[in-house]
Design a protein around this ligand. Structure first.
Ligand SMILES: C[S@@+](CC[C@H](N)C(=O)[O-])C[C@H]1O[C@@H](n2cnc3c(N)ncnc32)[C@H](O)[C@@H]1O
Length: 303
């Protein structure tokens, strides 16, 4: 009996597909596609400054989704985004939103407000368009317009009641009280904020949830950004992180170190940071943690 004949056809097909997916994904990870953003960049060049990396993100923005889409699919990143955002509640600040790859994963009605932010104008442009076209954005737009319409009707009713003031009766008193209530139709308010995450322009303890996905690899000073996220988080609030960093496997660590210069010049991303150390240094308490994909992908809930 041959080795392969021990498995059913379905098992063989699934096994083959998984092997293929892992292979392609590893190839994309280790050998990112050709063209360098800066054609003169060499592996020996100095690592780019924050402003240079901001312009790298501006340049990457229009093609970013296409560039990372297959890679994320093969690594099961969408599933992790969805699982992470199940925990988003109340007033939410999303840091370094990029092109808005989380937009479709916020559960319907999860949150009173979501602020999407980034420091790259190019990313913000793509992000706004994607939010507008998403179900979340369309619902928000509809509810906003409906709210305005109802508010107009409410004001007209109030004016009408004021004109008929001296004819007030018990019935109109009830109607006046109802008309005096502002119209609240929008379920999840959406806002956009261009900002550097190292200095978040919001007061202390102003959010119930702060989200960051694949941002720690891109910040000049990730510890400072995490401290800022903690500052704006309300007591009892949650910090939701999905990140990539240094692998827990030696061969992969070596590969990441060898490719670092190239990767930073092309993607503005330091892909071999020690995420657990960074989180610890920022003084956060980790309440949930999971590492996958040879230890390079970190799913962290902290406070
Ligand atoms: C790898 S992308 C991740 C985008 C998105 N969060 C996602 O999950 O696909 C990193 C993002 O961080 C943003 N970024 C880098 N440094 C930043 C900073 N100091 N402040 C705000 N955004 C920053 C970049 O513009 C870019 O959009």
């Amino acid at each position: 009996m041959s080795f392969l004949s021990r498995f059913s056809r379905t098992q063989l097909i699934i096994g083959g597909l998984l092997t293929y997916a892992t292979g392609v994904s590893a190839a994309l990870t280790f050998f990112p596609s050709g063209a360098k953003t800066d054609p003169n960049a060499k592996d020996t060049d100095m690592l780019p400054s924050e402003s240079v990396r901001r312009s790298i993100f501006d340049t990457l923005a229009p093609g970013y989704d296409k560039e990372v889409g297959l890679h994320e699919y093969l690594l099961g990143i969408q599933r992790r985004r969805k699982r992470l955002l199940q925990q988003a509640t109340g007033r939410v600040l999303e840091i370094a939103s990029g092109t808005g790859r989380n937009v479709d994963y916020y559960p319907k009605g999860c949150c009173g407000e979501i602020v999407f932010s980034d420091f790259s104008e190019g990313m913000m442009e793509v992000l706004k368009r994607k939010v507008e076209e998403s179900e979340l954005g369309r619902r928000w737009d509809y509810q906003r317009r409906r709210g305005k319409q109802l508010e107009g009707e409410r004001r007209a009713q109030l004016r009408h009641q004021q004109q008929a003031g001296d004819m007030a009766t018990a019935t109109t008193t009830t109607a006046t009280t109802a008309a005096a209530q502002p119209t609240q139709v929008v379920e999840t308010e959406l806002r956009f904020q261009t900002m550097n995450a190292a200095a978040i322009p919001y007061p202390d303890q102003s959010f119930d949830t702060v989200v960051d996905t694949f941002g720690l690899c891109s910040f000049e000073d990730p510890v400072q950004v995490l401290k800022e996220m903690k500052r704006v988080l309300r007591p009892g609030g949650k910090l939701l992180l999905l990140e990539h960093g240094n692998s827990s496997w030696g061969f992969m660590k070596d590969m990441q170190a060898k490719q670092l210069d190239r990767h930073v010049h092309k993607y503005g991303c330091y892909w071999n940071r020690e995420i657990e150390e960074i989180v610890q240094e920022a003084g956060l308490e980790v309440v949930e943690e999971e590492r996958s994909q040879l230890g390079t992908v970190y799913f962290i809930v902290a406070r």
